[in-house]
Design a protein around this ligand. Structure first.
Ligand SMILES: NC(=O)c1ccc[n+]([C@@H]2O[C@H](COP(=O)([O-])OP(=O)(O)OC[C@H]3O[C@@H](n4cnc5c(N)ncnc54)[C@H](O)[C@@H]3O)[C@@H](O)[C@H]2O)c1
Length: 395
């Protein structure tokens, strides 16, 4: 399956994997669109999604010749599927990945890894038993922007990291999308922190090069509530007639101000890392000025990076040190990471490399998200030592 096509054009990847897709929603179709462009030898052979409209959109866009399966079990059992790509709700990732590993398939699964450490442990056991490749869609790991930041830190340009702030504050239509679709229920998606900010937590651990040992948090929902629905009328529709907070496409949306949900719309957290670095995090679902920013303070310099502007700023501590400003993002979504992730996934399929994000990264961000949420719900500082011991025991 992983043999070269021989006649592949320069810049394209010689993968020939046959793909089965479970959960044919917007994200996985976007990943596939790039993947098939970069690796034209890859084919989507089978699809499964309980929503016929989602299947139709996927087939029209990226999988015209795919067989439509009646269940995930049927798809996983097909001999013409080498890789299973999972783009379903977060609550389904573990069971569907386990079904794919058990059938001997390689798996790419969208983030987050799973909803609980128990689910993740079962998934991990099935993966280990299968001997197959597992790649996780922590897309920002592939971003030239964050890789440039990591290189600045590795080169010692800010000295020893002392403390940092980071955040993810979403535009009001993005927040409305989250609070109006399946993500509004933790039973489908897990918490907002896990579903949306697992990326940011993963980046924080990666950039800090350490694991948090203690966390605390406060959060709640004070904007996407029924009494604030008047803001939709106050702002009015956009030029195409779409209501404010509902401009992102979603075939299955409900009004984001509905009371029927159990996720927060803002949350703050403090984290203390094992090596003594301290950090604050702020997630918010409704802003007019979006940020996805890290502000990192070291013994010899300061690094500030904001994916929403693409600007990476570095200044050494000292007299008259210049502010070094760069913009390493070539373009594209997710801090320029979508295309590199598709390329590296194709290279994994061709047997040319291992994934940049897999179980270790997924597990760590899941553990931190759960500990921070536990701290918020229980109103106390949570010690992560027992959780890290459990992760370590997975091997
Ligand atoms: N890496 C990223 O940056 C990124 C961005 C967006 C979404 N995602 C992740 O991608 C996944 C899908 O998100 P989306 O935005 O594409 O949502 P979506 O609603 O567009 O797609 C989800 C799909 O899952 C399908 N589904 C529901 N129940 C199913 C079942 N039992 N079996 C199979 N499929 C089922 C739905 O019908 C839908 O088509 C989520 O895990 C999300 O966290 C990742």
């Amino acid at each position: 399956m992983n043999s070269s096509t021989g006649s592949i054009a320069p810049g394209l990847v010689p993968a020939t994997a046959r793909i089965g897709v479970i959960g044919t929603g917007s994200r996985i179709c976007g990943v596939l669109k790039l993947l098939l462009r970069i690796a034209p030898g890859v084919r989507v052979t089978a699809v499964f999604d309980p929503d016929a409209a989602a299947i139709a959109r996927c087939r029209a866009g990226v999988a015209p010749d795919a067989i439509v399966c009646a269940s995930e079990a049927e798809l996983c059992g097909r001999a013409d599927v080498d890789w299973v790509l999972i783009g379903s709700w977060n609550s389904l990732h573990a069971a569907q990945a386990i079904a794919a590993f058990t059938a001997g398939k390689h798996v790419f699964c969208e983030k987050p890894l799973a909803l609980s450490l128990d689910e993740a442990a079962s998934m991990h056991a099935a993966w280990r038993a299968s001997g197959r490749t597992f790649a996780l869609g922590l897309v920002l790991r592939y971003s030239p922007f964050y890789r440039a930041a990591r290189a600045v830190l590795d080169a010692g340009r800010i000295g020893r990291l002392l403390s940092f702030e980071f955040n993810e504050t979403l535009g009001f239509n993005h927040g409305g999308y989250i609070h109006g679709n399946w993500r509004r229920h933790t039973r489908n998606a897990g918490s907002h922190l896990l579903e949306k900010c697992c990326h940011d937590l993963d980046l924080a651990l990666w950039l800090a090069g350490d694991l948090p040992s203690r966390v605390a948090s406060f959060g709640g929902r004070t904007f996407f509530t029924p009494e604030n629905r008047f803001h939709q009328d106050r702002i009015g529709p956009d030029a195409e007639g779409r209501p404010a907070f509902e401009s992102w496409p979603d075939a299955n949306r409900v009004n984001p101000f509905t009371a029927d949900k159990d996720i927060v719309d803002h949350q703050v957290a403090i984290l203390e890392f094992g090596g003594g670095v301290r950090a604050t995090f702020h997630a918010h679902c409704m802003t007019a000025i979006t940020e996805r920013r890290f502000y990192m303070l070291g013994s010899e310099g300061t690094l500030r990076l904001d994916a929403s502007t693409g600007k990476l700023e570095l200044r050494r501590v000292g007299w008259d040190e210049p502010l070094d400003v760069s913009n390493p993002i070539g373009g594209g979504g997710h801090a320029g990471a979508d295309e590199p992730m598709a390329r590296e996934l194709a290279e994994c399929m061709a047997g040319l490399r291992a994934p940049a994000a897999g179980f270790p990264e997924g597990l760590r961000s899941l553990v931190v998200a759960q500990a921070v949420d536990q701290a918020m719900h229980e109103g106390r500082v949570v010690d992560l030592a027992p959780l890290w011991a459990r992760v370590q025991a997975l091997g």
